[in-house]
Design a protein around this ligand. Structure first.
Ligand code: 3PG
Length: 236
């Protein structure tokens, strides 16, 4: 069933059972919303004009979160447009520098994702009380995240690193860590990832493929998003 949530506060209340303060940048609330959605679309938007219809398409498909990557010059404008859309919880992805953290926050990003563990990026996010999910690919990097006080990390690139088997191997010693596997996640393997208890959510581009965004094929974005949500529900 496709759901349509018009207010992120509703999503937070649904997932946490409590009232939240949108302005508080509370990491727990953001993690709860991402964990409730279970799928984090990784967006590469070339034209910020696509941001508003993309937000509509994702919401119509049943997802209210998105990671908008700093891989195009449109990133900050796209974050601003999507973050201003009622119901959306938007983060910045591919954040590699402190300057990008600041631009992301100014644009309205509620969380930051990086492909790897960048100490300066993590520190800046923590100064701003902004939830940050750095990428990890090894036990050493997980320990760096733990040392920084983080317990939710992106696992990237997930399939290339060994997929669910590698998540299991890394989760065994790090009992408190929640993973967001990203990279190579697809309709074929999403249920396997989501069935793992250490997996908070998965990230991926398959429902927001750049060719769909470039073509403005919002109906297909909604269809693929709805199918992804259905697969996630089936895995729960
Ligand atoms: C990322 O940016 O996190 C990944 O490149 C997404 O990978 P995917 O295109 O395989 O989903």
């Amino acid at each position: 069933m496709v759901t349509y949530v018009t207010d992120v506060h509703d999503a937070e209340r649904e997932s946490t059972g409590c009232e939240t303060d949108r302005g508080a940048h509370d990491g727990g609330d953001v993690v709860s919303v991402i964990g409730a959605g279970r799928i984090l679309p990784v967006v590469v938007l070339a034209d910020p004009a696509g941001a508003a219809p993309l937000a509509e398409a994702l919401l119509a498909g049943g997802l209210r979160t998105a990671e908008v990557t700093f891989r195009t010059p449109a990133a900050a404008d796209a974050i601003a447009a999507m973050a201003g859309h009622p119901g959306m919880l938007v983060g910045a992805g591919t954040v590699l520098t402190v300057e990008q953290v600041d631009r992301a926050v100014d644009a309205g990003a509620r969380f930051v994702v990086s492909p790897g563990f960048g100490p300066a990026v993590v520190r800046r996010c923590q100064e701003l009380d902004l939830p940050v999910f750095p990428g990890v690919s090894s036990a050493t990097e997980i320990q760096m995240a733990l040392d920084a006080g983080l317990d939710t990390v992106k696992f990237f690139p997930a399939e290339q690193l060994g997929g669910v088997g590698m998540v299991s191997a890394l989760a065994a010693p790090f009992r408190s860590v929640r993973f967001i596997p990203t990279g190579g996640v697809s309709p074929a393997n999403v249920a396997d990832y989501l069935a793992h208890p250490a997996v908070l959510a998965v990230g991926g581009t398959w429902m927001v493929a750049p060719r769909l965004l470039d073509a403005g094929d919002w109906a297909e974005v909604t269809r693929l998003t709805g199918a992804a949500v259905a697969a996630a529900r089936a895995a729960d």
